[in-house]
Design a binder for this molecule. Structure first.
Ligand code: IPE
Ligand code: IPE
Ligand code: MG
Length: 248
């Protein structure tokens, strides 16, 4: 056993975003259907949400279904939609107890009607909670998010509600699905691949990225605390030099 590095409670990342990858391969290694991996992956979601709440993370964004995942075989897509719906239904009481507020980003109009309804209801019922913000990225794609922001901004210009010189980084940020949320500090990808897969393209520009070979169904408390400990050991310079940071 490798000794666990303790995490510093005073320097918990405000916003953690996770690409939960590796469910299918994990199941296949065990000669089980891919959907079994997604089911066990839900248990990881439950544990990671609990840890994030307990450790004082303010926002946890989970990439649960990408705009490209619609291209998967329809049995897998419907299996995932079923798991999402049952997760939302079964977690509501825990969210209320732990003061977790659920929100979502993505083109959620594409989700099946019944899933949309449960999602909307859970969002409404947890809207007053002041604990962890659990942000589910569903039918989410970073490029299409930017496209819809550009369209909205263009229509505001055409309607003469804003002028061209008001278009800047802040205005674009405010037209993304994540408007109002802080940028991710730590972006984790499980499952061994080192790519963004269209996740938070604009928002992650200064996120600390942490790739791990651990498959999502096995990413639990100790793996999460290890990721946070590594994050805490990094120096975030935002373009400056180390010496500048030292002098404030
Ligand atoms: C991540 O696991 C979950 C979703 C994308 C919905 P995968 O299903 O991508 O698992 P692998 O990458 O094929 O192992
Ligand atoms: C990214 O994983 C999307 C989610 C985890 C929801 P994928 O498995 O879909 O990504 P690629 O296709 O390997 O890039
Ligand atoms: Mg994958």
């Amino acid at each position: 056993m490798v000794d666990q590095q303790p995490i510093d409670p005073a320097r918990i990342p405000t916003h953690v975003a996770i690409i939960m990858d590796g469910n299918g391969r994990w199941a296949q290694q065990k000669h089980r259907p891919r959907l079994y991996g997604h089911k066990v992956g839900v248990e990881s979601v439950q544990e990671i949400v609990e840890c994030a709440s307990e450790w004082g993370v303010k926002v946890l964004t989970l990439y649960a279904f990408s705009s490209e995942n619609w291209k998967r075989p329809s049995v897998e897509v419907s299996g995932l939609m079923g798991l999402l719906k049952s997760y939302l239904l079964s977690e509501l009481s825990k969210m209320l107890k732990n003061r977790v507020r659920l929100i979502s980003i993505g083109d959620t109009q594409r989700l099946p009607r019944d899933v949309q309804e449960v999602l909307e209801r859970t969002i409404e019922e947890t809207a007053e909670n002041d604990g962890l913000i659990l942000n589910l990225a569903l039918s989410y794609g970073g490029r299409s998010e930017i496209v819809q922001a550009v369209r909205q901004i263009a229509s505001e210009v055409l309607a003469e509600q804003i002028s061209l010189d008001e278009i800047g980084e802040k205005l674009i940020t405010d037209h993304l699905y994540t408007a109002g949320l802080p940028e991710p500090d730590l972006l984790i990808r499980t499952g061994g691949e080192a790519r963004l897969s269209n996740f938070l393209l604009w928002q992650a520009s200064y996120a600390e990225i942490y790739f791990t070979d651990t498959m999502w169904p096995e990413f639990r408390r100790s793996a999460f605390s290890q990721a946070i400990a590594e994050y805490q050991g990094r120096e975030r310079r935002f373009g400056r030099t180390s010496a500048q940071l030292g002098s404030g």
